[in-house]
Design a protein around this ligand. Structure first.
Ligand code: PRX
Length: 700
């Protein structure tokens, strides 16, 4: 196991973290889970009797046909809810409409730009409205030739039509592959080819800080790349009405269809396909140790139940028609969070939930769309940047929409801290009840700022650890039940058995760092890497037999709380997003000037980790500090941005005549990490092939 790369919140500070925050009693009293004893009893039951437990959870949702058996498990292949028939889109929309809640708000959307009168542009989509547009979109996909099981690539900005496109795929059993709208043409082409995807849904452009991001032009560029010509049809939602966006109608010999025409010609009647429990639902690409991204496969029923339950418990959700909490339901032996029959007259408060992620990441899949709609909780989508038109935009949104549950990334929190408290203090944030974080470790200082400044010193914070592969939350505090400690991601979710092990697979001691492993199957687990069985087995299932290995280092403290210590593979988590060092290295060596490159992470004040690239150029190394060096550096940074997308742009580029290698030819990344971090190099350099290289790297 490689040494976990330390996060900016260094391990020392975290080991000394003794502040702890039990749930506020008034909050706990009304929560779905309201004490540690209740959590422990349910957690034990979920592991001892998974079949009984998950059958009860699943009963909250709609099934065309119930399962024959809850779980069949032969590592690494589970069958969850085998024999059942269901549809996730039906559970998101039809179920609410059928229960008489069709007119209630399901998605609240806010545009980045203000309207002509200076007021925000807001759309409220009801379940019935969404169902209509989703059904039309689903019929449009059918008209384009999309069939059950086909992979549909979605590359859009944060507009309601993105959620509608996802839901339309789920409705007809097409498998969506959403690509973050900041990714490059090369990234799109790779994913189209890997997924053998003949259909694309995109926008002409999206807005970012008032500027148009040309999505359609990027798709065009992608489809010129090798192999990507397999795409036959592109559905284009015109968001920016940008006249420069390329468009050649299918009827004119091109591939393109205009959403406004094709979708709006369709009938709004499209029955939801009855899907088998293990039918593929989506693939979502994530970075791995090699250059090629992994298409993580999730299937229908298990993912649906997992997204539903984890949303409900982690954010303690209250949805339309839920009625009073369990505390008000004497003699009721259902699970404590179960909403039971819809109460249309209920005047119990309903949450307004906002997750600031993009639907291009798993967080957007599970915690903007698929976990929230079945919970009947209005989910807010915001189109743009947090600092547009001003640095208080998020808090302005929270105040105006009366947001109760808020979910964001540590990197954003660190940026807010840097921008200054005045932007926060302008706004009334008193509606907030639970704050969440995701994507990377949060340093205790940022955690405390979040609690004090955003949460008014009272909101429970849920630091949720999970991955694209896990589908939903795995380790997290539960806001009414567990005591939160800044920097710790708390305890296992119901149904999750997690442990920390040594390299030989034996359990690590209290506070001893080791590999995090998940011991038992859970409904939202990945079912594979698209088209690569061997990589799936090797990556996740080979470190410890029969256990899922997420490649994160961790320790568990004396109270049973987990602390994530960083990746144990060659993935760098940058601003909450995974990047493979190999991906960045491959992009660099694709540049004519680069002979060899090695990429490592280093602690970064805002992004958690930054990217440092050590580059051996063809020909001469540019003179340190020269204009030539600066120009070459800028050119390489821009090149990586174009190849992989802006997130992957290196923060540091250092030209060097050679890289530090061991005599067996392995690059000594630990040494490069020290150099990039500006630390004293303490690694043992005796195994270096050329010990003088260190002086060269340090410019001595
Ligand atoms: O290293 C962990 C880190 O992000 C990785 C998963 O990245 P991704 O698949 O892109 O999913 C991000 C959204 C779930 C993990 O292996 N990570 C995620 N959440 C946390 C975290 N590290 C520490 N604390 C967290 N709460």
């Amino acid at each position: 196991m490689a040494a976990p790369s330390p996060s900016p919140s260094n391990t020392e500070t975290m080991l000394q973290e003794h502040r702890s925050f039990p749930p506020p009693p008034a909050f706990a009293a009304g929560a779905h889970l309201s004490s540690i004893e209740q959590y422990e009893a349910l957690h034990a039951r979920s592991l001892e009797d998974p079949d009984g437990f998950w059958a009860e959870v699943a009963a909250d949702l709609h099934w065309f046909r119930k399962w024959d058996r809850v779980l069949r498990w032969e590592a690494p292949d589970p069958v969850w809810f085998g024999g059942a028939k269901t549809n996730l889109c039906f559970n998101c929309l039809d179920r609410q409409v059928d229960a008489g809640l069709g007119d209630r708000p399901a998605i609240l959307w806010e545009a980045e730009a203000m309207g002509p009168d200076g007021a925000p542009i807001v759309e409220s989509w009801s379940y019935a409205g969404l169902l209509e547009e989703t059904s039309r979109c689903a019929n449009a996909l059918k008209a384009m030739g999309v069939k059950k099981g086909d992979v549909v690539t979605i590359y859009m900005g944060m507009v309601p039509q993105l959620a509608i496109a996802m839901l339309a795929c789920a409705r007809i059993g097409a498998v969506h592959s959403v690509i973050f709208g900041g990714f490059s043409a090369a990234a799109i082409a790779d994913r189209v080819v890997d997924g053998n995807s003949r259909f694309v849904i995109t926008c002409d452009g999206s807005y970012r800080r008032g500027r148009v991001v040309p999505l359609k032009a990027t798709v065009e560029e992608a489809l010129q790349r090798e192999g990507a010509g397999i795409v036959t049809d592109v559905l284009v939602y015109r968001r920016t009405r940008d006249a420069d966006a390329p468009f050649t109608a299918k009827a004119d010999g091109g591939r393109d269809h205009d959403w406004a025409e094709l979708v709006h010609q369709q009938s709004d009647d499209c029955p939801a396909e009855e899907m088998d429990a293990e039918d593929p639902l989506f693939i979502l690409y994530t970075s791995g140790s090699t250059g090629k991204p992994k298409g993580i496969l999730h299937t229908t029923a298990g993912y649906m139940v997992w997204a539903y339950l984890t949303s409900r418990l982690t954010f303690d959700l209250a949805g339309h028609g839920d009625g009073p909490r369990r505390a008000g339901r004497a003699g009721d032996d259902r699970l404590p969070w179960s909403p039971g029959p819809v109460d249309r007259q209920s005047d119990a408060p309903v949450d307004i939930y906002w997750c600031t992620a993009d639907c291009g990441w798993i967080t957007g899949h599970s915690y903007i769309v698929y976990g929230l709609l079945p919970n009947r909780v209005p989910t807010l989508m915001y189109e743009g940047a947090p600092d547009f038109p001003a640095k208080d935009r998020f808090w302005d949104i929270v105040e105006r929409h009366r947001v109760t549950k808020f979910y964001t990334a540590p990197t954003a929190i660190r940026a807010f801290m840097k921008w200054g408290d005045e932007h926060v203090e302008k706004h009334d944030l008193s509606t907030l009840r639970v704050l969440g974080t995701v994507g990377e470790p949060i340093n205790p200082e940022a955690w405390m700022w979040y609690r004090e400044k955003i949460g008014g010193g009272t909101c429970p914070i849920v630091d949720t650890w999970w991955q694209t592969e896990t589908g939903g939350h795995m380790l997290t505090p539960l806001p009414g039940a567990t005591t939160a400690v800044p920097g710790s991601c708390g305890k296992p979710m119901l149904g999750v058995s997690a442990s920390v092990v040594r390299e030989d697979g034996r359990p690590a001691g209290v506070n001893e760092g080791g590999m995090l492993v998940i011991d038992k199957p859970w409904p939202g687990m990945l079912r594979g890497i698209h088209g690569d069985r061997q990589r799936f087995v090797d990556t996740y299932w080979s470190a410890v037999e029969g256990k899922y290995c997420p490649a994160d280092g961790a320790r568990r403290d004396e109270n049973g709380n987990f602390w994530i210590m960083g990746r144990t593979d060659d993935v760098i988590v940058v601003a909450g997003h995974n990047l493979g060092t190999m991906e960045v290295e491959s992009a660099l060596v694709a540049h004519a000037r680069v002979a060899e490159a090695a990429v490592v992470g280093f602690p970064h004040e805002v992004k958690g980790n930054g990217i440092a690239a050590f580059v051996i150029p063809h020909g001469d190394v540019p003179a340190p500090g020269s204009d030539g060096e600066a120009a070459e550096r800028d050119a390489l940074i821009a090149h990586v941005g174009r190849e992989l997308g802006p997130i992957a742009r290196p923060d540091q580029i250092r030209f060097t005549p050679a890289l530090p290698k061991t005599r067996s030819g392995k690059i000594m990344r630990r040494l490069l990490r020290s150099v990039a971090a500006g630390e004293e190099v303490t690694s043992d350099v005796s195994t270096l092939e050329d010990p003088a290289i260190l002086d060269k790297l340090l410019g001595r």
